[in-house]
Design a protein around this ligand. Structure first.
Ligand SMILES: [Zn+2]
Ligand SMILES: [Zn+2]
Length: 389
């Protein structure tokens, strides 16, 4: 089959690789009908995710048709059209049974590699390095799905691929970001980053009852999308000071909750921005926490900091004094896909949201190299690319 393989920083290739086979009785094999590049794939593309090996198949946001099932798969059969959670959960451990699927104890065979840094191993993720299980990714014609009964959610008739595909990863990630804000009537939520996850976080915050959502980015086309498609008020942080603007737009109080939909490659300005660039480039810090710092300072006293952008290692110069003295609540984590996916399908069926809005481009999988470059550099007003195997 054809698959998108990582060969080093800024080097992905469409290679011919062996088809996947069933390895475990609870596996299924999926024929991928649509997959896409996630913002977090760019951290791999840029070379910031450790334990990648040349030839690894990448990608974790996908849907398709079941073509084969292991003998212990109960809920799925050949021909089922499903969308698959990017996070792999066993469905039986302490964490899965508490719907904390991304913390699964059993789905990451390399969890021990995480223990020296994280203390405990976390769940496996499709196509997201050997630290996260070394699973082959979804930017391919076929994928093996471990614990298939739990990861695959059937797509109702009438829902298009464009509507179902984001339910694999970007939509539940944005939704969880908003869910963690514990939104109450009248709340103002600020969202940093207007990529696909940020846009879904904006829409989800409104679905969950926010009065107003303010979005922060620097790309005019993304800000326009946040404004016109998602009804957000917007701030271009290259034109104005985001902290000052937020204060002004919230009557001097600051947002009730702040969502980080950017993660470890955020772009700082001024001295601190330069400091992060230098420290990260010589690997003295792994992650650039500019957005986090700004959120902590901008958030209202007693507010919520919700982090959905990916962090991998260590950050520097965190304003802990501000966070502590302002009494902020921090919530974060990889998304618990299986907890949210059925609910999100309901929202789509009721016509409350149409996730298809996020795709600006459709391309064949064979053009993945160009798609990565376009998505990384946001050329041709690219928001998100649907790849057809
Ligand atoms: Zn993702
Ligand atoms: Zn589990």
């Amino acid at each position: 089959m054809k698959a998108v393989c990582w060969h080093g920083a800024n080097d992905v290739r469409v290679d011919n690789v062996p088809d996947p086979t069933l390895l475990n009785p609870r596996d299924a094999i999926l024929k991928v009908t649509a997959t896409t590049i996630c913002g977090s794939d760019l951290h791999i593309y840029d070379g910031y995710i450790p334990s990648m090996q040349p030839g690894d198949i990448i990608g974790h946001e996908f849907m398709g048709e079941i073509v084969e099932t292991g003998r212990e798969v109960r809920k799925l059969k050949k021909g089922d059209r499903v969308v698959v959670s990017s996070i792999i959960g066993c469905g039986q451990c302490h964490y899965c049974s508490h719907h904390q699927w991304s913390l699964c104890d059993n789905s990451n065979p390399n969890g021990a590699l995480q223990e020296p840094i994280f203390g405990f191993g976390t769940a496996g993720i499709f196509g997201y390095s050997h630290l996260f299980g070394g699973y082959a990714g979804s930017q391919a014609q076929y994928v093996r799905i471990p614990f298939a009964d739990h990861g695959c959610i059937k797509v109702p008739d009438g829902m298009t691929d464009e509507q179902a595909l984001p339910i694999s990863d970007a939509f539940p990630t944005g939704y969880m970001g908003a869910d963690m804000c514990d939104i109450k009537p009248g709340d103002v939520v600020a969202v940093w980053g207007c990529g696909p996850v940020g846009l879904f976080a904006i829409k989800s915050a409104y679905l969950l009852g926010a009065e107003k959502v303010i979005a922060i980015d620097r790309f005019p086309e993304r800000l326009l999308m946040a404004k016109t498609q998602c009804n957000a008020e917007v701030i271009n942080y290259e034109e104005v000071d985001a902290g000052d603007a937020l204060k002004e737009m919230t009557g001097g109080r600051g947002p009730d909750a702040c969502i980080d939909a950017v993660g470890l490659e955020s772009h700082g300005t001024g001295v601190m921005g330069f400091y992060d660039e230098v420290k990260q480039s010589v690997r003295l810090e792994t992650d650039r926490p500019h957005v986090l710092r700004q959120m902590i300072v901008a958030c209202k006293k007693g507010g919520v900091i919700s982090v959905m952008g990916v962090y991998a290692g260590f950050v520097d110069k965190m304003p802990m004094g501000a966070a502590f003295n302002k009494g902020l609540t921090f919530k974060m984590g990889q998304m618990h896909g299986q907890r949210y996916m059925p609910k999100l399908i309901d929202h789509v069926l009721k016509g409350e949201i149409d996730p298809a809005f996020v795709f600006s481009h459709h391309m064949p999988l064979t053009e993945a190299k160009q798609a990565y470059e376009m998505f990384k550099h946001k050329t041709d007003k690219c928001i998100k690319v649907l790849l057809k195997p």
